[in-house]
Design a protein around this ligand. Structure first.
Ligand SMILES: Cc1ncc(COP(=O)(O)O)c(C=O)c1O
Length: 464
């Protein structure tokens, strides 16, 4: 059959509150034009993030009832550890309450002043955790990552030549190399197995450990299967394992491909580092057999890590994202191409070509999608990743101005995707009248979460 269906039946439903444009305008005012400030009830289609927003399966809910809440030595930890080991092959498994806690733990130990941590592209929380400890987070995406509309299948790859230059000039200051699969900040694009082998070879040559930020390891494996010659007959589990086999460890937010609503972990081979991480874990997260999680959360993750590798699930997931991306592209809407693993990324710089980066086109477009149809999306552009020069205050724009419509796992259906398409097209039709925004208030780090914005009139309107 040509139609790829959702490979599940719905057992429990949650109502969505429909709203009028006037209601959404008021809600946006209350939120100071920051979509993170909206109340959930005021959002019709919540595509802010795919993190922790997925629907759990009946098996996961059943596992939750088995949760063992014993403080030390919980049976749930055994099941969690066995599941992580079976997928990753890493011996030491350290649970944390979510991905950034795993990052905080790892970089608290291995980062610090004078250190440099290269990556294909660090996610914002990873960067913040590295930089808050005094180390430098260095992005080395492959050159093709900059071409948002080309057919290149592996735009998540790392630039191997650039990595070699960094390692050659000072490998002693590089405690580890990190590869993010898939590359979230770079458009959810996959990393090829060939590229990771190249990174591994360099890490071996310069004796530097390799870690994965493996939040979306299964989605990456599926795209490798579909796009990398020689991988088409391997299962997602085998491909994912090839990735983990090339690494010394990983951090993982279980809120993505763990198919859980909370949780994360660090997993690695090195017993000494693992011991030190466990000692630190007790200070902030909890005892090593639960980290920052309840026993029931460990159970949900243990099941989710297995379910996510089901080929039927992965095929449906990618088909639904491809469906939106292909239709937008056919209608001329600028969208990151090829389709990534967890989200549709609109190219706001081209979409709102009349706005300059300091007018934050990504934020402007995200606000418009909300006003038009109650869709909450996320700016990944100069608000999130741009920097203001400390001396002059002038904005150094981000490489791209993207709006991410992240698709929660197993949560929305085909008709929700059709609705999203209709809203995006309506905004596209009146794009030239869309005003820019300016930041009226912003915290020093991770400003996109709590910044306040004002809409500035479109230039044509202002000149009138
Ligand atoms: C690539 C990547 N790394 C790390 C994180 C942080 O994970 P968490 O939100 O669980 O702290 C995220 C979250 O979106 C992510 O996308």
């Amino acid at each position: 059959m040509r139609t790829i269906i959702e490979p599940f039946r719905i057992k429990s439903v949650e109502p969505i509150r429909c709203s009028t444009r006037a209601q959404r305008e008021r809600a946006l005012q209350r939120a100071h034009n920051n979509l993170f400030g909206l109340h959930a009830a005021d959002v019709l289609l919540d595509l802010l993030t795919d993190s922790g927003t997925g629907a759990m399966s009946s098996e996961q809910w059943a596992a939750i009832m088995r949760g063992d809440e014993t403080y030390a030595g919980a049976i749930s930890f055994d099941r969690f550890q066995a599941s992580v080991r079976s997928v990753t092959g890493f011996e030491h498994v350290i649970p944390t309450h979510q991905g950034r806690a795993a990052e905080h733990l790892l970089f608290g130990l291995l980062g610090g002043p004078g250190r440099v941590i290269p990556s294909n592209t660090h996610f914002d929380t990873t960067r913040a955790n590295i930089e808050s400890g005094g180390a430098r987070a260095l992005d080395l995406p492959c050159p093709q990552a900059a071409e948002l509309h080309s057919d290149e299948p592996f735009k998540g790859n790392m630039d191997l030549e650039a990595l070699e230059r960094v390692l050659r000039s000072g490998a002693s200051g590089v405690p580890l190399v990190m590869v993010t699969v898939t590359n979230n900040a770079g458009g959810g694009q996959p990393v090829s197995l060939a590229n990771l082998r190249g990174v591994r070879a360099l890490c071996d040559r310069f004796r530097v450990p390799l870690f994965l930020d493996a939040c979306r390891f299964a989605e990456n494996a599926w795209m490798v299967r579909s796009r990398e010659p020689g991988q088409e007959s391997r299962s997602p589990r085998e491909i994912a394992r090839s990735f983990f086999d090339l690494a010394d460890g990983c951090t993982l937010s279980a809120k993505k491909d763990g198919l859980a609503n909370i949780g994360g972990f660090v997993a690695l081979r090195d017993a000494l580092i693992a011991d030190e991480l466990r000692a630190r874990l007790v200070l902030t997260e909890g005892f090593p057999t639960y980290g920052g999680l309840a026993g029931r959360d460990l159970e949900a993750i243990a099941v989710g890590l297995q379910e996510v590798l089901d080929p039927d699930y992965l095929e449906y997931r990618h088909a639904s994202i491809r469906y939106v991306v292909e239709r937008l592209r056919a209608r001329g809407v600028p969208v990151v191409w090829p389709a990534g693993g967890h989200a549709v990324f609109l190219d706001a710089r081209t979409f709102l070509a009349h706005l300059d980066p300091h007018e934050f086109p990504g934020q402007a477009l995200a606000l418009e999608l909300y006003l038009e149809g109650g869709i909450r999306s996320c700016e990944i552009g100069s608000v999130m990743l741009g920097r203001n020069d400390p001396a002059t205050g002038v904005l150094q724009p981000a490489r791209h101005e993207l709006v991410r419509l992240a698709i929660p796992r197993r949560t929305y259906t085909q008709s929700h995707m059709d609705y999203a398409l209709e809203v995006i097209e309506a905004v596209w039709m009146r794009r030239e009248a869309i005003p820019g925004v300016r930041i009226s208030k912003a915290p020093a780090v991770l400003r996109h979460f709590r910044a306040e914005f004002e809409r500035v009139p479109a230039r044509a309107e202002a000149a009138r």
